[in-house]
Design a binder for this molecule. Structure first.
Ligand code: ATP
Length: 209
């Protein structure tokens, strides 16, 4: 079984998270895709919405999507969220064929993640296009993984391999959405169905009607 692991602050969970991740699910034929909201981001300021609210936004956002689950293990674990611990847990639970999904901006800083070389031993990495980031011709110098141009070969043995996933590139960011919501803009088109309602109901990010 091939499992995808997509971690993020998801503050809020938006179409730039959902649409590329679903496209990866389909083209890699992932049987399971775990969306993992992190508790406390190691490299940036804390989230604005609470953990339960971010988990609920993920649940609402992936509702009805085959193979997709909201995984609360990092929220339950608490403290700084380290992807390597999540991958080790999944391995020990018998899920060993793992693919980490990461946006191109986050991938560029992956060599600062906790015990980062282990990530490449435990999983294959799919780098999802994000507007402003061009496809690399080769893996960066720090990266121990091999850039694999073929989806089928990547799927066959993902650990230690890197796959650039070119689309869809969705020009949305959580910080941009938070600012727009606070400014009174209708951002419903940038969010999965259900998430915008939740934000309004909860009055998140300075929303007021
Ligand atoms: P912020 O704007 O606050 O930095 P964000 O929109 O980047 O937030 P995160 O929850 O920090 O959202 O991102 C989680 C993961 O999703 C990261 O790997 C990030 O690169 C990826 N990601 C976020 N937005 C996009 C997007 N529009 N396209 C592709 N990947 C994205």
């Amino acid at each position: 079984m091939l499992t995808g692991v997509f971690g993020g602050t998801f503050d809020p969970f938006h179409n730039g998270h959902l649409l590329p991740a679903l496209a990866v699910r389909d083209s890699l034929e992932l049987e399971l895709l775990r969306f993992v909201p992190l508790a406390s981001p190691p490299h940036r300021p804390p989230a604005v919405a609470g953990g339960e609210q971010r988990l609920e936004m993920v649940r609402l956002g992936i509702r009805g999507q085959a193979g997709c689950v909201a995984d609360d293990r990092e929220l339950r674990r608490g403290g700084k969220s380290f992807t390597v611990l999540t991958l080790e847990e999944l391995h020990s639970e018998g899920e060993r064929n793992l693919v980490v999904l990461v946006g191109a901006d986050a991938f560029a800083g992956m060599n600062h993640w906790h015990r980062w070389p282990e990530l490449f031993r435990l999983a294959g990495i799919v780098v999802m296009a994000r507007p402003g980031h061009t496809a690399p011709r080769q893996a960066p110098a720090w990266c121990p993984a091999r850039l694999q141009p073929e989806v089928d070969e990547f799927r066959a043995a993902p650990a230690g391999q890197l796959l650039w996933y070119p689309g869809p590139a969705v020009p949305v960011s959580a910080s941009g959405l938070r600012e727009a919501i606070a400014a009174g803009t209708d951002v419903g088109a940038s969010l999965p169905p259900g998430v915008w309602n939740f934000i309004r109901e909860q009055g998140l990010y300075g929303y007021s009607d």
